[in-house]
Design a protein around this ligand. Structure first.
Ligand code: SAM
Length: 296
């Protein structure tokens, strides 16, 4: 357990999908004055170096965000991808792409004074790094770092005082039971606070639990009569790779998905414009593609 380190994967195609979606959701949710509680159940270290040994060993950012950066001059990007790159650029000196913000820092950057951010991280090293990174923000009570099991966040923070919440659930799926725990978390969250926005990232890999997860989430949303949106991005054939591995030299994740219950009503159109370009720029073979479904 805890062999997964996001530093190997920061800025890869899965992060492009996840963080572009996250930014688009936050842009919408922060338009209303009322405070928002944002929860990151699996936060990671918060900030990563794209010129670190981790990133250079895996080469994943080179096949992810760096492909978008490389194409910027040649063609206009879809607004959501442009926004994503601008947010990342905000953590870097002009023209340099050395620092990559993880979901905690993306969220904190887009939140307002009245909003609250709850970050869960259990890996001893990453939790320490996250703590130190967050301390530099001097954000006071706005940001809380919890070295606890992120799956326990529901009873602690839902419903939030202002009755507005965005939850990102992004486990490493190192253990098979993570899939069932994600579904249980969304079920419990909907029971306690039916109108929160619940976003789940998951890997698309040859494992029954991974196939089953979006189906289970769809059923949960439908039973609760809540709208949902499901986006997937495939960059290459998934035939070769084994299930998600945790070392730097894993064969590489072929595809991933985002499933959102109670998505902002603008999200579908935003992703509809961005996903074909993600395929064009991040696709590695002719199996590259996307899907986008929604209901409600
Ligand atoms: N959300 C981050 C981002 O987008 O930048 C990446 C998170 S990474 C995929 C998953 C993280 O969850 C890892 O850093 C891992 O140490 C942590 N983790 C694993 N099990 C956990 C648990 N039960 N509760 C909280 N964090 C956990």
């Amino acid at each position: 357990m805890f062999s997964y380190r996001h530093a190997f994967h920061a800025g890869n195609h899965a992060d492009v999908l996840k963080h572009t979606t996250l930014i688009a959701m936050l842009r919408h949710l922060t338009q209303k004055e009322t405070a928002l509680t944002a929860i990151d159940t699996h936060a990671g270290a918060g900030l990563y170096r794209l010129d670190s040994e981790f990133a250079e060993t895996s080469g994943e950012a080179a096949e992810g965000i760096q492909r978008l950066v490389g194409s910027m001059a040649a063609q206009p990007l879809a607004p959501a991808l442009q926004d994503y790159l601008e947010v990342v650029a905000g953590f870097n000196s002009k023209g340099q792409w050395r620092v990559y913000p993880g979901s905690p820092f993306i969220m904190q950057r887009l939140l307002r004074e009245q909003d609250r951010l709850k970050l869960y991280e259990m890996h001893p090293t990453d939790a320490r790094t996250l703590d130190a990174n967050v301390a530099q923000l001097e954000a006071g009570r706005q940001v809380a770092v919890l070295r606890e099991d992120g799956f326990g966040c529901v009873t602690k923070f839902l419903p939030p005082p202002s009755r507005r919440a965005l939850l990102l659930c992004d486990p490493s799926y190192e253990i098979k039971s993570d899939y069932a725990r994600v579904a249980a978390l969304v079920a419990e969250a909907l029971k306690r606070f039916a109108t929160g926005t619940y976003a789940v990232w998951y890997p698309i890999i040859p494992r029954p639990e991974a196939h089953e997860l979006p189906r289970r989430l769809k059923t949960l949303a439908t039973k609760a009569s809540k709208p949902w949106l499901h986006a997937t991005l495939t960059v290459k054939s998934g035939k070769q790779p084994a299930p998600l591995q945790t070392d730097a030299k894993r064969p590489g994740l072929p595809a991933s998905g985002m499933f959102i219950v109670n998505p902002p009503h603008t999200l579908k159109a935003t992703l509809q414009a961005a996903l074909p370009q993600m395929v064009e720029l991040l696709g590695q073979d002719r199996n590259a593609g996307y899907t986008l479904d929604s209901a409600g």
